[in-house]
Design a protein. Structure first.
Length: 185
């Protein structure tokens, strides 16, 4: 059968379509492209990432997995929040003095498949270096834990593939997007 849109009208004046058309009056109709087949499943999950400096790590007897080179967060238009990973990655790369070509592996949170597709196009990425162990459509999207999940997924892939530099980027509800550039130790 046909996959139904994820966003359905919930009353004449309050559904997604009505709100979007009020915000963008030049739009005559909404062509729903996000559906269950290309959207990540909201899953249970919890994760933790321990951040610290070298001195604290030595004192606690911990071995670091990676070093954060830099990070950058941007704000995008809230209704178009899915476009944020590319600009946040571009800003983080510029801050680090790197280019997209310098990055061995990319982890782009796949809230919807189109997020990754747009970032690949906007950044000129080789798809073979993006979400190499599957994105959130395959692995799930544990709201509130997705950033830590994607970072650890990236670090594991970097170790497995012998990569040195990686970037993790994701869009966040409300229009924010963030990126972190890491170096495997």
């Amino acid at each position: 059968g046909k996959l139904e849109p994820s966003f359905k009208v919930m009353g004449e004046n309050y559904g997604f379509d009505a709100v979007a058309i009020q915000r963008y009056p030049q739009v005559e109709a909404i062509n729903h492209i996000h559906h269950a087949g290309n959207s990540s499943g909201i899953v249970d999950g919890a994760s933790a990432v321990l951040l610290g400096n070298a001195e604290a790590g030595k004192r606690l007897g911990l071995t670091p997995r990676a070093r954060i080179i830099t990070s950058y967060s941007v704000g995008t238009e809230p209704c178009l929040m899915l476009a944020g990973p590319a600009p946040s990655a571009q800003k983080a790369l510029a801050r680090a003095g790197l280019t997209a070509a310098d990055i061995d592996l990319w982890e782009i949170n796949e809230a919807f498949a189109v997020v990754v597709m747009a970032a690949i196009e906007d950044l000129g990425l080789d798809p073979e270096r993006v979400n190499v162990d599957g994105g959130a459509v395959a692995l799930g999207h544990p709201i509130g834990a997705s950033g830590a999940r994607t970072l650890v997924t990236l670090l594991n892939a970097m170790k497995h593939k012998g990569a040195k530099i990686g970037i993790d980027t994701l869009c966040i509800g409300g229009g924010e997007a963030t990126a972190v550039v890491v170096e495997l130790i």
